[in-house]
Design a binder for this molecule. Sequence first.
Ligand code: GLP
Length: 243
Amino acid sequence: MVVAPDERSAREPKYYVVKRHLLELIGTLPPGSLVPTERLLTTQLATSRTTVRQALSELVGEGRLVRRQGSGTYVAEPKVSWPLEMTSFTEQASASGHSASTELLDASREKASDEVALRLGLKVGAAVHRIERLRLVDETPMAVETSHLSALAFPGLAKHLRQSESLYQVLRNQYGVVPVTAEETIETAAASPREAELLHTDTGSPMLVLSRHSFASDGTPVEWVQSWYRGDRYRFVTRLTTR
Ligand code: GLP
């Protein structure tokens, strides 16, 4: 069925008409260009400030615009494309010509919850490492990553991670373990105040949460990891082939 243009606008919420107008404008401007103020758009488009604000907020959430406090709203830089492969963060960054760095936020031991126990093939309450790290690319915070691994299988892991930034290097060099396969899921979520602060964004902004469940070549579970990325800055790319 073909929808006539006036029928389309009749069904569209008002803010969406403003959003379409802004998308057209963004398409003509290079990244970093200032877009008209809320007040100006309200007058130009003969609509309310709330309507303009809703359109702008959605475009900020989608990574098309960026707000700079006290300065204005600008056309955003294109998103960073990040391949989805069975590699480590450190290896992936250097393969893409970037430099990776890591801040260790937490390296503690805790008792496995039902989910962690199930993922790692352990009994509920068994000792596990909880490793929380901020991952940076070219010194810009990219993701907050929380990994769980068996404490029995990897004694002294926290100490090694204070000396090395790559978990996969430590697993290989200290324990002879290489994660070779993984199941990875991607979901959306809203940034908590803590993630927002670490990733320099606003609480509630859209995030992409990647959960990786990785295994060694003999099928033993190695890690259960959740990585929180800014949904407005990253896109994940994977190559699909027929079976
Ligand atoms: C990626 C994966 C994580 C994995 C990490 C290891 O970020 N999503 O599941 O733990 O790589 O990276 P590195 O060896 O740099 O610590």
